[in-house]
Design a protein around this ligand. Structure first.
Ligand SMILES: [Zn+2]
Length: 296
């Protein structure tokens, strides 16, 4: 058995830490989503031919760029009826590339107590540093009391909870959005969780379209809430997000790409053109993430 993940990232050697990278294929040829969803999301993002690189390839890609990356899958087994990739395997893969990768786990909140047990095992036996949730894809309301034991456990374990918020490219352009409901990803549902679990460090992912003002308010109000800027090219960020990312929220905002759907190369090139103060840039690109992951 591979040893549990131990981070070997040198904070001074990396130029950026990408907070949001999806592993969508494993070494056995399985994919995280069923084929219609993989194809529709690739079209929506105009992703290149390499829609689903394996973990080893992701590690090489980031190592080449002197960047670190948080990697994860999403277990939406109950809602989507498609078997998830193994978060234990992702953590073991990241352990073999601990100079560049940080593993987050994923559990299916609809599995109740099983999800809580699995989360605990992923932290204690495999060393994952946080968890990724996608309320729309996983079809759950984060503020529903039935999920509170999960948030309580993550809070006690001292790991980060990262939530997809806003519109999603998964199911986009398909009839009925393939049954995927956007309202589960309203960030205001997470304001309840942040209030009830003040020791749980939470990240609201993406510009939360059409609820960007909600996310900005929550991150301003709740000390335990951060924002990641993944999933959209900075060129299309709403102006209030750009303004606050460089000023009021400069210690709360994190670089993320959403690779492989959006490349860090594209994101960083467009970020360079944004009207953000120079002193805020290193905070957004790596320092805030290093601090919140306990790597500084
Ligand atoms: Zn994501």
């Amino acid at each position: 058995m591979t040893a549990s993940y131990v981070c070997r990232i040198d904070p001074n050697a990396i130029v950026a830490l990408d907070m949001h990278v999806h592993i969508e294929a494993d070494s056995h040829g399985h994919f995280s989503l069923d084929q219609p969803l993989m194809e529709a999301s690739a079209a929506y993002f105009k992703a290149g031919s390499d829609r689903a690189p394996t973990l080893d390839r992701v590690a090489a890609y980031y190592r080449e760029r002197e960047m670190a990356a948080v990697v994860f899958t999403v277990d939406a087994g109950t809602a989507r009826g498609h078997p998830p990739l193994s978060s234990a395997e992702i953590a073991q893969g990241a352990a073999a590339h601990a100079d560049v990768l940080i593993p987050f786990g994923s559990v299916d909140p609809l599995r109740g107590a099983d999800a809580v047990d699995q989360a605990r095992r992923l932290v204690e036996d495999f060393g994952v540093r946080g968890f990724k949730f996608h309320p729309s894809l996983q079809a759950f309301s984060p503020n529903d009391r039935e999920h509170y034991p999960l948030w309580q456990t993550l809070s006690e374990l001292g790991v980060v909870a990262l939530f997809h918020t806003g519109q999603t490219g998964i199911g986009a352009g398909m009839p009925g959005g393939y049954g995927i409901k956007l309202r589960y990803s309203d960030p205001m549902l997470l304001d309840d969780v942040a209030a009830d679990f003040p020791d749980l460090t939470m990240i609201l992912a993406h510009p939360s379209v059409p609820w960007v003002d909600s996310s900005l308010s929550i991150a301003t109000h709740k000390a335990n809430v951060y924002l990641d800027l993944s999933g959209w090219s900075p060129k299309y960020f709403p102006p209030q997000l750009v303004r606050q990312a460089g000023t009021l929220l400069r210690h709360k905002v994190l670089f993320g790409s959403d690779f492989p759907l959006l490349t860090p190369d594209r994101w960083l090139a467009d970020f360079a053109d944004l009207d953000v103060k120079d002193e805020a840039r290193p905070l957004i690109l790596k320092e805030n993430a290093l601090r919140l992951l306990g790597l500084r």
